[in-house]
Design a protein around this ligand. Sequence first.
Ligand SMILES: Cc1cc2nc3c(=O)[nH]c(=O)nc-3n(C[C@H](O)[C@H](O)[C@H](O)COP(=O)(O)OP(=O)(O)OC[C@H]3O[C@@H](n4cnc5c(N)ncnc54)[C@H](O)[C@@H]3O)c2cc1C
Length: 347
Amino acid sequence: MKPDTLSESGYRVTEDADLSRRSSFRVPAHTEWLIEIDDASALPAVFELGAVQRSPLLILGEGSNVLLTRDWPGVVLAPVQRGIRILEDDGEHALVRVEAGENWNDFVHWSLGKGFSGLENLILIPGSVGAAPIQNIGAYGVEVREFVETVQAFDRQNGRIVRLTNADCAFAYRDSLFKREPDRYLVCAVEFRLPRRRELRLDYAGVREELAAMKIDAPSHAAVADAVMRLRLRKLPNPAVIGNAGSFFKNPVVSTAQAGDLQRAHPTLPSWPAEYGQRKLSAAWLVEAAGFKGLREGDAGVSERHALVLVNHGAATGEQIWTLAQRIMDGVRARFGIRIEPEPRIV
Ligand SMILES: Cc1cc2nc3c(=O)[nH]c(=O)nc-3n(C[C@H](O)[C@H](O)[C@H](O)COP(=O)(O)OP(=O)(O)OC[C@H]3O[C@@H](n4cnc5c(N)ncnc54)[C@H](O)[C@@H]3O)c2cc1C
Protein backbone atom coordinates (compact mmCIF):
# COMPACT_ATOMS: atom_id res chain seq x y z
CA MET A 1 0.00 0.00 0.00
CA LYS A 2 1.29 3.49 -0.86
CA PRO A 3 1.93 5.62 2.24
CA ASP A 4 -0.42 8.55 2.84
CA THR A 5 0.98 12.03 2.27
CA LEU A 6 -0.65 15.07 3.80
CA SER A 7 0.21 18.46 2.26
CA GLU A 8 0.07 21.53 4.49
CA SER A 9 1.16 25.06 3.72
CA GLY A 10 4.97 24.87 3.35
CA TYR A 11 5.43 21.20 4.28
CA ARG A 12 4.32 17.63 3.47
CA VAL A 13 3.94 14.74 5.92
CA THR A 14 4.24 11.06 4.89
CA GLU A 15 3.51 8.24 7.31
CA ASP A 16 5.71 5.09 7.30
CA ALA A 17 8.02 6.43 4.59
CA ASP A 18 10.64 4.34 2.80
CA LEU A 19 14.15 5.83 3.18
CA SER A 20 16.02 3.31 1.02
CA ARG A 21 16.17 5.69 -1.96
CA ARG A 22 16.95 8.65 0.30
CA SER A 23 20.46 7.57 1.22
CA SER A 24 23.31 7.03 -1.22
CA PHE A 25 24.16 3.67 0.41
CA ARG A 26 20.66 2.55 -0.66
CA VAL A 27 20.21 0.35 2.40
CA PRO A 28 16.71 -0.62 3.58
CA ALA A 29 15.16 1.65 6.25
CA HIS A 30 11.81 3.21 7.09
CA THR A 31 10.77 6.13 9.25
CA GLU A 32 7.52 6.52 11.16
CA TRP A 33 7.07 10.03 9.73
CA LEU A 34 8.80 11.95 6.96
CA ILE A 35 8.25 15.71 6.83
CA GLU A 36 9.51 17.52 3.72
CA ILE A 37 9.85 21.25 4.24
CA ASP A 38 9.27 23.38 1.12
CA ASP A 39 9.28 26.72 2.89
CA ALA A 40 11.34 27.66 5.95
CA SER A 41 8.57 29.94 7.23
CA ALA A 42 6.60 26.74 8.00
CA LEU A 43 9.24 25.59 10.53
CA PRO A 44 7.64 27.03 13.68
CA ALA A 45 4.38 25.22 12.75
CA VAL A 46 6.29 21.99 12.00
CA PHE A 47 8.00 22.09 15.41
CA GLU A 48 4.57 22.56 17.07
CA LEU A 49 3.31 19.25 15.63
CA GLY A 50 2.65 16.62 18.30
CA ALA A 51 4.68 13.94 16.48
CA VAL A 52 7.67 16.29 16.19
CA GLN A 53 7.53 17.24 19.87
CA ARG A 54 7.20 13.66 21.09
CA SER A 55 9.55 11.73 18.79
CA PRO A 56 13.26 11.50 18.07
CA LEU A 57 14.20 13.76 15.13
CA LEU A 58 16.64 13.19 12.32
CA ILE A 59 17.45 15.84 9.70
CA LEU A 60 18.14 14.38 6.27
CA GLY A 61 19.38 16.18 3.16
CA GLU A 62 20.17 14.03 0.13
CA GLY A 63 21.49 11.20 2.32
CA SER A 64 25.00 11.12 0.84
CA ASN A 65 26.75 11.23 4.20
CA VAL A 66 24.64 8.98 6.42
CA LEU A 67 24.57 5.25 7.06
CA LEU A 68 21.12 4.09 8.15
CA THR A 69 21.65 0.99 10.27
CA ARG A 70 17.99 0.64 11.38
CA ASP A 71 14.48 2.01 10.93
CA TRP A 72 14.08 5.50 12.36
CA PRO A 73 11.66 5.41 15.31
CA GLY A 74 10.38 8.98 14.93
CA VAL A 75 10.40 11.89 12.51
CA VAL A 76 12.76 12.56 9.61
CA LEU A 77 12.82 16.23 8.59
CA ALA A 78 13.95 16.92 5.04
CA PRO A 79 14.49 20.57 4.11
CA VAL A 80 13.82 20.72 0.35
CA GLN A 81 13.23 24.44 -0.20
CA ARG A 82 14.98 25.83 -3.32
CA GLY A 83 16.29 29.21 -4.50
CA ILE A 84 19.53 31.09 -5.26
CA ARG A 85 19.62 34.89 -4.92
CA ILE A 86 22.44 37.46 -5.29
CA LEU A 87 22.02 39.83 -2.32
CA GLU A 88 24.98 42.18 -3.02
CA ASP A 89 27.58 42.46 -5.76
CA ASP A 90 30.40 45.03 -5.78
CA GLY A 91 32.09 43.65 -8.89
CA GLU A 92 34.82 41.93 -6.86
CA HIS A 93 32.70 39.77 -4.55
CA ALA A 94 29.04 38.87 -4.31
CA LEU A 95 26.95 37.76 -1.36
CA VAL A 96 24.73 34.90 -2.50
CA ARG A 97 21.91 33.31 -0.53
CA VAL A 98 21.17 29.68 -1.30
CA GLU A 99 18.25 27.73 0.19
CA ALA A 100 19.09 24.47 1.96
CA GLY A 101 17.36 22.15 -0.52
CA GLU A 102 19.42 23.25 -3.54
CA ASN A 103 21.79 20.61 -4.84
CA TRP A 104 25.43 21.50 -4.06
CA ASN A 105 26.83 20.56 -7.48
CA ASP A 106 24.09 22.55 -9.28
CA PHE A 107 25.09 25.56 -7.17
CA VAL A 108 28.78 25.12 -8.08
CA HIS A 109 27.81 25.06 -11.79
CA TRP A 110 25.60 28.13 -11.26
CA SER A 111 28.50 30.01 -9.57
CA LEU A 112 30.96 29.19 -12.37
CA GLY A 113 28.35 30.14 -14.99
CA LYS A 114 27.95 33.56 -13.32
CA GLY A 115 31.72 34.15 -13.42
CA PHE A 116 32.47 33.52 -9.72
CA SER A 117 35.58 31.61 -8.74
CA GLY A 118 36.64 29.43 -5.83
CA LEU A 119 34.11 26.61 -5.78
CA GLU A 120 35.68 24.77 -8.75
CA ASN A 121 37.66 22.38 -6.49
CA LEU A 122 34.39 21.44 -4.74
CA ILE A 123 32.57 20.42 -7.92
CA LEU A 124 30.72 17.08 -8.04
CA ILE A 125 30.46 16.67 -4.25
CA PRO A 126 27.03 15.06 -3.80
CA GLY A 127 24.41 16.44 -1.42
CA SER A 128 22.46 19.54 -0.56
CA VAL A 129 23.62 23.08 0.17
CA GLY A 130 22.06 22.86 3.65
CA ALA A 131 24.38 19.98 4.55
CA ALA A 132 27.55 21.62 3.20
CA PRO A 133 28.38 23.49 6.46
CA ILE A 134 27.60 20.45 8.65
CA GLN A 135 30.89 18.69 7.99
CA ASN A 136 32.52 21.69 6.29
CA ILE A 137 32.74 19.84 2.98
CA GLY A 138 36.13 19.87 1.38
CA ALA A 139 38.03 18.46 -1.57
CA TYR A 140 41.21 19.08 -3.57
CA GLY A 141 42.67 21.52 -1.04
CA VAL A 142 39.56 23.73 -0.54
CA GLU A 143 36.91 23.77 2.20
CA VAL A 144 33.47 25.37 2.09
CA ARG A 145 34.23 27.42 5.23
CA GLU A 146 36.37 29.69 3.04
CA PHE A 147 33.15 31.00 1.43
CA VAL A 148 30.49 30.79 4.15
CA GLU A 149 29.46 34.24 5.38
CA THR A 150 26.45 33.22 7.51
CA VAL A 151 24.24 30.21 8.08
CA GLN A 152 20.56 30.70 8.75
CA ALA A 153 19.15 27.91 10.87
CA PHE A 154 16.15 27.02 13.00
CA ASP A 155 17.50 26.58 16.54
CA ARG A 156 15.41 23.92 18.27
CA GLN A 157 16.76 24.94 21.66
CA ASN A 158 15.03 28.33 21.59
CA GLY A 159 12.47 27.72 18.84
CA ARG A 160 13.51 30.45 16.40
CA ILE A 161 15.53 31.11 13.29
CA VAL A 162 19.07 32.32 14.08
CA ARG A 163 21.83 33.74 11.89
CA LEU A 164 25.24 32.23 12.68
CA THR A 165 28.42 33.93 11.49
CA ASN A 166 31.32 31.98 10.04
CA ALA A 167 33.09 32.21 13.43
CA ASP A 168 29.96 30.97 15.27
CA CYS A 169 29.98 27.84 13.07
CA ALA A 170 33.39 26.82 14.56
CA PHE A 171 34.47 25.10 11.36
CA ALA A 172 37.34 22.62 11.41
CA TYR A 173 38.47 19.70 9.24
CA ARG A 174 35.21 17.81 8.40
CA ASP A 175 33.70 19.35 11.49
CA SER A 176 31.58 22.25 12.76
CA LEU A 177 29.30 23.36 15.57
CA PHE A 178 26.47 21.53 13.74
CA LYS A 179 28.26 18.21 13.83
CA ARG A 180 29.02 18.59 17.51
CA GLU A 181 25.35 19.30 18.36
CA PRO A 182 23.50 17.06 15.87
CA ASP A 183 19.90 18.00 15.03
CA ARG A 184 19.89 21.12 17.25
CA TYR A 185 20.06 23.40 14.21
CA LEU A 186 18.10 22.84 11.02
CA VAL A 187 19.95 24.79 8.33
CA CYS A 188 17.46 26.76 6.21
CA ALA A 189 19.85 28.73 3.98
CA VAL A 190 23.53 29.59 3.59
CA GLU A 191 24.97 32.92 2.50
CA PHE A 192 28.23 32.62 0.57
CA ARG A 193 30.73 35.38 -0.23
CA LEU A 194 31.96 34.49 -3.70
CA PRO A 195 34.96 36.20 -5.28
CA ARG A 196 35.30 36.94 -9.00
CA ARG A 197 39.09 36.64 -9.12
CA ARG A 198 40.44 34.05 -6.76
CA GLU A 199 43.81 32.45 -7.11
CA LEU A 200 43.64 28.89 -8.39
CA ARG A 201 44.42 26.06 -5.94
CA LEU A 202 46.35 23.49 -7.91
CA ASP A 203 48.62 21.94 -5.33
CA TYR A 204 46.45 19.08 -4.18
CA ALA A 205 47.73 15.75 -5.50
CA GLY A 206 46.68 15.10 -9.04
CA VAL A 207 45.22 18.46 -10.16
CA ARG A 208 48.34 19.79 -11.93
CA GLU A 209 48.99 16.37 -13.48
CA GLU A 210 45.38 16.17 -14.74
CA LEU A 211 45.64 19.65 -16.28
CA ALA A 212 48.89 18.59 -17.96
CA ALA A 213 47.16 15.46 -19.33
CA MET A 214 44.42 17.77 -20.66
CA LYS A 215 47.23 19.79 -22.34
CA ILE A 216 46.26 22.99 -20.47
CA ASP A 217 49.17 25.12 -19.24
CA ALA A 218 47.33 28.36 -18.41
CA PRO A 219 44.24 26.98 -16.64
CA SER A 220 41.01 28.91 -16.07
CA HIS A 221 38.63 28.20 -13.17
CA ALA A 222 36.45 26.20 -15.58
CA ALA A 223 39.47 24.09 -16.63
CA VAL A 224 40.23 23.31 -12.97
CA ALA A 225 36.56 22.30 -12.52
CA ASP A 226 36.92 19.96 -15.52
CA ALA A 227 40.16 18.48 -14.14
CA VAL A 228 38.57 17.86 -10.71
CA MET A 229 35.53 16.25 -12.36
CA ARG A 230 37.76 13.94 -14.40
CA LEU A 231 39.72 12.96 -11.29
CA ARG A 232 36.60 12.34 -9.21
CA LEU A 233 34.84 10.33 -11.91
CA ARG A 234 37.90 8.14 -12.27
CA LYS A 235 38.60 7.64 -8.56
CA LEU A 236 35.21 7.48 -6.86
CA PRO A 237 32.50 4.90 -7.53
CA ASN A 238 29.25 6.54 -8.68
CA PRO A 239 26.52 6.11 -6.00
CA ALA A 240 23.92 5.87 -8.80
CA VAL A 241 25.64 2.64 -9.86
CA ILE A 242 26.90 1.24 -6.53
CA GLY A 243 25.71 2.44 -3.12
CA ASN A 244 28.36 4.38 -1.15
CA ALA A 245 28.90 7.58 0.84
CA GLY A 246 32.24 8.68 -0.60
CA SER A 247 35.15 8.47 1.85
CA PHE A 248 34.00 6.46 4.84
CA PHE A 249 36.95 7.36 7.10
CA LYS A 250 38.44 10.74 7.97
CA ASN A 251 42.17 11.22 7.63
CA PRO A 252 43.49 10.88 11.21
CA VAL A 253 45.24 13.91 12.66
CA VAL A 254 48.25 13.10 14.88
CA SER A 255 51.16 14.92 16.50
CA THR A 256 54.21 15.68 14.33
CA ALA A 257 56.26 13.32 16.53
CA GLN A 258 53.83 10.42 16.03
CA ALA A 259 53.66 11.09 12.27
CA GLY A 260 57.48 11.11 12.17
CA ASP A 261 57.72 7.76 14.01
CA LEU A 262 55.17 6.15 11.67
CA GLN A 263 56.81 7.53 8.56
CA ARG A 264 60.21 6.25 9.62
CA ALA A 265 58.67 2.77 9.94
CA HIS A 266 56.52 3.19 6.78
CA PRO A 267 58.27 5.65 4.43
CA THR A 268 55.47 5.57 1.79
CA LEU A 269 52.74 6.72 4.23
CA PRO A 270 51.56 10.14 2.93
CA SER A 271 50.93 13.01 5.37
CA TRP A 272 49.99 16.69 5.12
CA PRO A 273 50.19 19.64 7.50
CA ALA A 274 47.09 20.04 9.71
CA GLU A 275 45.90 22.70 12.15
CA TYR A 276 47.84 23.45 15.37
CA GLY A 277 51.13 22.14 13.98
CA GLN A 278 49.80 18.57 13.70
CA ARG A 279 49.93 16.19 10.70
CA LYS A 280 47.07 14.56 8.80
CA LEU A 281 47.77 10.98 7.70
CA SER A 282 46.29 9.26 4.66
CA ALA A 283 43.46 7.03 5.91
CA ALA A 284 43.33 5.43 2.43
CA TRP A 285 46.96 4.33 2.76
CA LEU A 286 46.35 2.93 6.27
CA VAL A 287 43.25 0.95 5.19
CA GLU A 288 44.98 -0.43 2.11
CA ALA A 289 48.18 -1.31 3.99
CA ALA A 290 46.10 -3.11 6.63
CA GLY A 291 44.83 -5.31 3.78
CA PHE A 292 41.19 -4.19 3.46
CA LYS A 293 41.06 -2.69 -0.07
CA GLY A 294 38.65 -4.66 -2.26
CA LEU A 295 37.50 -6.87 0.65
CA ARG A 296 33.90 -8.15 0.46
CA GLU A 297 31.71 -9.63 3.21
CA GLY A 298 28.39 -10.61 1.64
CA ASP A 299 27.17 -7.49 -0.15
CA ALA A 300 29.12 -5.09 2.10
CA GLY A 301 32.55 -4.27 0.73
CA VAL A 302 35.50 -1.95 0.30
CA SER A 303 35.82 -0.48 -3.18
CA GLU A 304 38.55 -1.94 -5.37
CA ARG A 305 39.18 1.54 -6.77
CA HIS A 306 39.50 3.44 -3.50
CA ALA A 307 40.30 1.94 -0.09
CA LEU A 308 38.35 4.65 1.76
CA VAL A 309 35.04 3.95 0.05
CA LEU A 310 32.75 1.31 1.55
CA VAL A 311 30.17 0.02 -0.91
CA ASN A 312 26.84 -1.77 -0.99
CA HIS A 313 27.16 -4.39 -3.73
CA GLY A 314 23.38 -4.76 -3.78
CA ALA A 315 21.53 -6.16 -0.81
CA ALA A 316 23.73 -5.15 2.15
CA THR A 317 22.00 -3.73 5.21
CA GLY A 318 23.34 -0.67 6.99
CA GLU A 319 24.18 -2.88 9.95
CA GLN A 320 26.36 -5.15 7.77
CA ILE A 321 28.22 -2.15 6.35
CA TRP A 322 28.76 -0.80 9.86
CA THR A 323 30.08 -4.19 11.06
CA LEU A 324 32.62 -4.17 8.21
CA ALA A 325 33.59 -0.56 9.02
CA GLN A 326 34.26 -1.47 12.64
CA ARG A 327 36.39 -4.42 11.55
CA ILE A 328 38.49 -2.05 9.44
CA MET A 329 38.86 0.47 12.28
CA ASP A 330 39.99 -2.32 14.63
CA GLY A 331 42.39 -3.69 11.99
CA VAL A 332 44.06 -0.32 11.39
CA ARG A 333 44.40 0.25 15.12
CA ALA A 334 45.94 -3.18 15.68
CA ARG A 335 48.41 -2.74 12.82
CA PHE A 336 49.43 0.93 13.22
CA GLY A 337 48.15 2.04 16.64
CA ILE A 338 46.06 4.74 14.92
CA ARG A 339 42.35 5.35 15.48
CA ILE A 340 40.45 6.12 12.30
CA GLU A 341 36.94 7.52 12.58
CA PRO A 342 33.93 7.32 10.28
CA GLU A 343 33.10 10.44 8.29
CA PRO A 344 29.37 9.74 7.61
CA ARG A 345 26.79 9.96 10.35
CA ILE A 346 25.91 6.49 11.65
CA VAL A 347 22.18 6.36 12.43
C1 LIG B 1 30.48 9.67 -3.99
C2 LIG B 1 30.58 10.63 -2.83
C3 LIG B 1 31.63 11.51 -2.77
C4 LIG B 1 31.76 12.42 -1.70
N1 LIG B 1 32.81 13.28 -1.69
C5 LIG B 1 32.94 14.18 -0.69
C6 LIG B 1 34.04 15.12 -0.68
O1 LIG B 1 34.86 15.15 -1.59
N2 LIG B 1 34.13 15.98 0.36
C7 LIG B 1 33.20 15.99 1.38
O2 LIG B 1 33.35 16.82 2.29
N3 LIG B 1 32.15 15.14 1.38
C8 LIG B 1 32.00 14.24 0.38
N4 LIG B 1 30.95 13.35 0.39
C9 LIG B 1 29.99 13.39 1.50
C10 LIG B 1 28.71 14.23 1.17
O3 LIG B 1 28.66 14.53 -0.18
C11 LIG B 1 28.68 15.54 1.96
O4 LIG B 1 28.84 15.33 3.33
C12 LIG B 1 27.37 16.30 1.74
O5 LIG B 1 27.46 17.58 2.30
C13 LIG B 1 26.16 15.58 2.33
O6 LIG B 1 25.00 16.26 1.89
P1 LIG B 1 23.57 15.59 2.05
O7 LIG B 1 22.53 16.59 1.67
O8 LIG B 1 23.52 14.32 1.30
O9 LIG B 1 23.51 15.35 3.61
P2 LIG B 1 22.96 14.08 4.42
O10 LIG B 1 23.79 12.90 4.10
O11 LIG B 1 21.50 13.96 4.22
O12 LIG B 1 23.25 14.54 5.92
C14 LIG B 1 24.56 14.63 6.40
C15 LIG B 1 24.53 15.25 7.80
O13 LIG B 1 24.05 16.58 7.72
C16 LIG B 1 22.84 16.75 8.47
N5 LIG B 1 21.99 17.65 7.66
C17 LIG B 1 21.66 17.51 6.35
N6 LIG B 1 20.96 18.58 5.94
C18 LIG B 1 20.83 19.40 7.01
C19 LIG B 1 20.20 20.66 7.25
N7 LIG B 1 19.56 21.32 6.28
N8 LIG B 1 20.27 21.20 8.49
C20 LIG B 1 20.92 20.56 9.50
N9 LIG B 1 21.53 19.37 9.35
C21 LIG B 1 21.49 18.81 8.12
C22 LIG B 1 22.28 15.36 8.66
O14 LIG B 1 21.51 15.27 9.85
C23 LIG B 1 23.56 14.54 8.74
O15 LIG B 1 24.10 14.64 10.05
C24 LIG B 1 30.78 12.44 -0.67
C25 LIG B 1 29.71 11.55 -0.74
C26 LIG B 1 29.59 10.66 -1.80
C27 LIG B 1 28.40 9.74 -1.88
